[in-house]
Design a protein around this ligand. Structure first.
Ligand SMILES: [Zn+2]
Length: 217
């Protein structure tokens, strides 16, 4: 993967069209878009990370508000946590794309995921209520790294437990979004047909048109 491409950090307002991964862990990976051509990072601040987390319902708003307050009081610690979350994000992209290409992920990516996954587990508690056991996020798990930990937890519990052929990368250009293909046939090629699918179709159409024109000459 062309990880040497310079990444432009942008402020971005998240919308429903940005959430196509099938799980928040993959949607987090997709907060860098266009990794294959001109990568843009949509998480410019820790507050943006919190905004995104609320948007994908990763954690309750009460915890978000508490984290936002904490970030205001400790901006440097929040910025460092954001930098750490981005390191995890790149490790997850590498992990997922290696799985898609049926090759072994780097050991350091697995080690990092393992570390955050464990803290994700620690952020939960088991509670017995109404005849059954619930897995709940602890109320006192207030930590700047909580978002990264929950993403790792989701990645292990929800994404890596799926059959590997269900993990796909968009074949559109300047996209590289990853997603869970839950279609019946399992042949989904695009993050969104209306975006990358149509762009590819019109590119192919233009190509054919050019070929036909040059054939006439
Ligand atoms: Zn795409």
């Amino acid at each position: 993967m062309k990880s040497y491409l310079p990444v432009r950090v942008e402020s971005h307002r998240f919308a429903t069209r940005d959430i196509i991964g099938g799980d928040a862990a993959l949607d987090f990976v997709n907060t860098v878009t266009g990794r294959d051509q001109s990568p843009r990072d949509w998480i410019d601040t820790y507050n943006r990370l919190l905004e995104w987390a609320v948007f994908v319902h990763l954690l309750p708003e009460s915890i978000l508000r508490a984290l936002a307050k904490k970030a205001q009081a400790e901006p440097r610690a929040a910025a460092l946590a954001l930098a750490r979350a981005k390191v995890l994000r790149e490790a997850l992209f590498e992990l997922v794309t290696r799985i898609i290409s049926r090759s072994a992920p780097p050991k350091r990516a697995l080690a990092l995921l393992h570390r955050y996954w464990i803290s994700g587990i620690r952020a939960h508690e088991l509670r017995f209520d109404d005849g059954r056991v619930f897995v709940n996020l602890r109320n006192d798990a207030l930590d700047f790294d909580l978002i990264a930990s929950l993403i790792a937890y989701r990645m292990v519990e929800q994404v890596l437990s799926l059959p590997t052929e269900r993990l796909h990368i968009c074949q559109g250009s300047n996209c590289s979004w990853v997603f869970i293909d839950s279609s019946k046939a399992g042949r989904r090629r695009w993050c969104d047909m209306a975006v990358c699918g149509n762009a590819a179709k019109s590119r192919r159409f233009q190509q054919r048109l050019r070929q036909r024109r040059s054939g006439r000459r």
